[in-house]
Design a protein around this ligand. Sequence first.
Ligand SMILES: [Zn+2]
Ligand SMILES: [Zn+2]
Length: 107
Amino acid sequence: MSPKSNPRPKTVEPTEDGQRLRIVWQDGHVSEYHPRALRLLCPCAGCVEEMTGRPLLNPAAVPEDVMPEAIHYVGRYALRFRWSDGHETGIYPWDLLRRSCPCEACG
Ligand SMILES: [Zn+2]
Ligand SMILES: [Zn+2]
């Protein structure tokens, strides 16, 4: 299986300036996410319609400066964030995070 279809993180931590979340993957790739972009990516049933994948979340309702207040590992397959806007139902599987890597090589 290629790392892209089965990504695993080595470390998950904020960048030095605290402005982004950095994931270093086991294949050596580094992803740095803007917190608000991750919040908008939330795949929970309240943010995305389960059957259709239609977005339910209104981006205008998400504060520009939304930040993760807590990050939890969910088993071995995902991260769960508690956001400063009070939202915490989203579970972000590694492959979703890796697919959403904003770096030039992935974009
Ligand atoms: Zn959500
Ligand atoms: Zn990338």
